[in-house]
Write a protein of this length. Structure first.
Ligand code: S6P
Length: 607
C-alpha cells in the first residue's frame, strides 16, 4: 500500500492535469495523464504500477475545499447519489408500469447491460418482476464487437428509448457517456426532457458540464453541452440529475473503457444497491451509506493491486504471446466470463487489434449471457463465446505461444474448471488463473497444483454488511481491473501504444475522428486542417483529395475508416516526412512494431 510520501507525490502529479492550461481545451477524459507519459517504454511491473496509480485517482478526494473539479467523494456528488438512490427505491416499491433504463455506447452500454441483468436477478430473488432494461447503441452485437457508428445518431438513440418505454407510465432513464459526448445518449436525454411527465433522466459522465462536447451534431439542432445545461437547470427541482465527478485522465488517453467504465460501475452499483437495500430491507439511504459503499469499492482497488507481482507476471506472459503472434484467451464463469468477453472485444477499436488476438469465452455462452437478442453465434466467429466453441475451434490450435487465463470464483463448479484446465494444459504450459475466494469459502483443492502455481488468487474478507451479491460485484470490479491491465499491458508490450496514446485506433465515429486529428496535431505540430487532410488522404487511399472527399460528412469519412488499417500512423508519417500515402504505408509495413515506426519517423523528422 502507498505510504504518505507516495500519496503526496501522487497528489502532486495528479494536480498537473488540473491546471487550467494543461492540454486546454481538451476535456479531462481526453487529456493525457501525466502519470502514464512513459508507459510505452515500461516493463510489466511498471505498467501495473502506473495503472494502479491512475486507477487510484478515481477515488481521490477533493484536494482543496474549493477545487475546480468535483470528485467522487465531493459533497455535491454524494448528495446527487443519495437523491438518485432514493428515486430507485421509489420505483422498486411501486414497480408496476415502471422501468429503469440503463443506456450507453461501447463500454458504457456494456456496463449498462451487465448491471441491468445483475439487478433484475436480484429482484428475482425477492420474487419481483424485472424492472431494469438496457440499451446499447448498435444492439446486442455491440456487446461483443465494436459498433462505433451508431454512437453518432441522436435520433436512433431517441427511437430505441421510445420503443423501450411503450406501455410504461414512469421511466427512470440513466444515460451513460463518460466523455459527455455520445450523440446517441444526447438524443435519449433530449427525448426525456421533452417528456418529463413520464421520464426522469440521469446523466452519468466524467467531465465538468462546461466541457461537455459542444460541436454541432449532424442533422440535429442541439449539442451534448446544451442538453447537459438543460438538465442542470432541471436538477434544482429534481426533475433531472447530472452525476459527473472527475476521475482524472485515462492511463491510455481517451480509453474510457478503463477508468470511465470503472467509475460508471462504482457509481451506478452504489445507487442501485442502496435503492434495493432501502426498498427490500428498509436500510436508510443517506450520505454515510453512500460513502461507505464507495469506500468498499476503494478497498477493492487496494486488494486487487496487492497482487501487483502476480498481475505483472500475467501481463508479461500475455505481452509475449502477442509479440510472438500468439493469442490470449480468457475462459470465464458467470459474470466474470462476461467481464472477459467485454475486455477482449474492446481491444479491437482501442488498439486496432484483430479480434483473434485476445478473445473471451464463458461457461454456458449465450444461455448465461441473458442478452435481449439471444444467441448471436450464427453472426460469425466473433460471436462464438461458449467454452464449447473454444474447445471445438480454438483448443486444437493452441500452442506454447498462446496464453490461456481461467477466471472463476469459489462459487463456480470446480470440477468444470479442473476438467477444462486439464485439456488446455495438454496444449500449452502457459495456463494462468485469476480467482476469488472468501473467508469460510475456500477452494476444495490446492489450485496451485492445477495451475502449476500460476495463480492470481484474492482471498476476500467480507465485512458484516457484505452480502454474497455485493461480494460478486466486487469480484467483477477487481477482475475488470486485472483484465484491463492484462490487455492494455500486453498491447503496450506489443508496441501498440506511443507515449500514452493508442496510436493505432480505429477512426470509426466522429469522436474518434476528432481524437485522431488531435493526435496528429499533438505529435507533428500541424494545423487542424493539415491534420485532417492527411487523415482523409489515408482514409480514402488518395494522394490528392477530390472535392467530394474533402467536403463529405464526417460519417462518410468514418465509414471509409472501417476498411482502413494503421490510419493514424500512416497519416503521421505522411505529415512528418511529406511522403506519399503509399510510401508511408510501405514504410510502416517494413516495421512490425507500430510504436517504433512512429517514433523513428517523429525523431528523424526533427533533425
Ligand atoms: C472506450 C471504448 C468506446 C466507448 C464509447 C462510448 O474505451 O472503446 O467504445 O465506450 O465510445 O464513450 P462514452 O464517452 O460515450 O462513454
Amino acid at each position: 500500500m502507498p505510504g504518505d510520501q507516495e500519496k503526496a507525490s501522487r497528489a502532486r502529479a495528479a494536480q498537473e492535469w488540473e491546471f487550467p492550461g494543461y492540454e486546454s481545451p481538451l476535456p479531462v477524459t481526453e487529456k493525457s495523464n501525466p502519470l502514464s507519459l512513459d508507459i510505452d517504454r515500461a516493463g510489466p511491473q511498471q505498467i501495473v504500477h502506473v495503472l494502479q496509480e491512475c486507477d487510484a485517482e478515481v477515488f481521490q478526494g477533493d484536494l482543496q475545499p474549493d477545487a475546480e473539479f468535483k470528485r467522487l467523494y465531493s459533497e455535491s456528488v454524494i448528495q446527487i447519489l443519495v437523491d438518485v438512490a432514493d428515486r430507485v427505491k421509489t420505483i422498486l416499491r411501486e414497480p408496476d408500469d415502471s422501468l429503469i433504463v440503463l443506456s450507453g455506447c461501447g463500454t458504457s452500454g456494456r456496463i449498462a447491460f451487465l448491471l441491468a441483468n445483475t439487478f433484475n436477478r436480484m429482484l428475482g430473488w425477492h420474487q419481483q418482476k424485472p424492472v431494469y432494461s438496457y440499451i446499447i447503441a448498435g444492439g446486442d452485437k455491440a456487446l461483443l464487437t465494436s459498433q462505433e457508428a451508431p454512437e453518432d445518431s441522436p435520433s436512433l438513440g431517441a427511437q430505441v428509448l421510445k420503443e423501450a418505454c411503450v406501455g410504461r407510465k414512469h421511466v427512470f432513464f440513466i444515460g451513460i457517456s463518460c466523455g459527455l459526448s455520445a450523440p446517441f445518449v444526447a438524443g435519449q436525454l433530449d427525448f426525456c426532457l421533452n417528456n418529463l411527465d413520464m421520464l426522469t433522466p440521469v446523466l452519468i459522465g466524467f467531465n465538468p458540464a462546461h466541457t461537455a462536447r459542444n460541436e454541432p451534431i449532424q442533422g440535429w439542432p442541439h449539442t451534448f453541452r446544451q442538453v447537459t445545461e438543460r438538465m442542470l437547470d432541471l436538477q434544482r427541482a429534481q426533475r433531472a440529475f447530472v452525476l459527473n465527478p472527475v476521475v482524472g485522465p485515462e492511463a491510455i488517453s481517451g480509453s474510457s473503457r478503463m477508468k470511465g467504465g470503472t467509475a460508471t460501475k462504482v457509481l451506478l452499483e452504489s445507487v442501485l444497491l442502496l435503492g434495493h437495500r432501502a426498498a427490500h430491507s428498509h436500510v436508510e439511504i443517506n450520505r454515510q451509506a453512500v460513502l461507505d459503499c464507495i469506500r468498499d469499492y476503494e478497498k477493492v482497488h487496494e486488494m486487487t493491486y496487492c497482487k501487483t507481482n502476480e498481475l505483472a507476471s500475467v501481463v508479461g506472459k500475455a505481452g509475449t504471446s502477442l509479440q510472438k503472434e500468439g493469442h490470449v484467451y480468457y475462459l470465464g464463469w458467470k459474470t466474470l466470463g462476461i467481464m472477459g468477453i467485454i475486455d477482449a472485444s474492446e481491444c479491437v477499436p482501442t488498439f486496432g487489434a484483430d479480434f483473434q488476438d485476445i478473445r473471451g469465452f464463458m461457461y454456458g455462452g449465450f444461455s448465461e449471457m441473458n442478452n435481449k437478442e439471444g444467441n448471436l453465434s450464427s453472426l460469425g466467429p466473433q460471436f462464438c463465446i461458449d467454452h464449447k466453441d473454444f474447445v471445438s475451434t480454438i483448443l486444437p490450435l493452441i500452442g506454447e505461444n498462446d496464453t490461456v487465463i481461467f477466471i472463476f470464483t469459489v462459487d463456480d463448479d470446480f470440477g468444470d474448471v479442473e476438467k477444462l484446465a486439464g485439456q488446455v494444459k495438454k496444449k500449452t504450459s502457459n495456463v494462468q488463473a485469476i480467482c476469488h475466494e472468501y473467508k469460510g469459502h475456500c477452494f476444495p483443492v490446492n489450485i496451485n497444483n492445477i495451475f502449476d502455481s500460476k495463480v492470481l488468487k484474492i482471498s476476500w474478507t467480507p465485512s458484516d454488511a457484505d452480502d454474497d451479491f455485493f461480494m460478486r460485484l466486487q469480484w467483477e470490479l477487481s477482475t475488470k481491473w486485472m483484465l484491463n491491465g492484462i490487455s492494455t499491458g500486453a498491447h503496450i508490450l506489443k508496441g501498440k501504444v506511443y507515449k500514452n496514446y493508442m496510436i493505432d485506433l480505429k477512426v470509426t465515429n466522429s469522436k474518434l475522428y476528432r481524437r485522431a486529428i488531435g493526435i496528429l496535431q499533438r505529435f507533428t505540430g500541424c494545423q487542424w486542417t493539415q491534420g485532417e487532410r492527411a487523415l482523409l488522404r489515408v482514409l480514402y487511399g488518395a494522394e490528392e483529395l477530390t472535392k467530394e472527399m474533402a467536403t463529405a460528412d464526417v460519417s462518410r469519412h468514418t465509414q471509409a475508416a472501417t476498411t482502413s488499417d494503421r490510419v493514424v500512423p500512416t497519416a503521421l508519417v505522411v505529415l512528418q516526412t511529406g511522403c506519399s500515402v503509399s510510401q508511408a504505408q510501405a514504410q510502416l509495413r517494413e516495421c512490425s512494431v507500430v510504436r517504433d515506426a512512429v517514433e523513428t519517423c517523429l525523431t528523424s523528422g526533427r533533425h
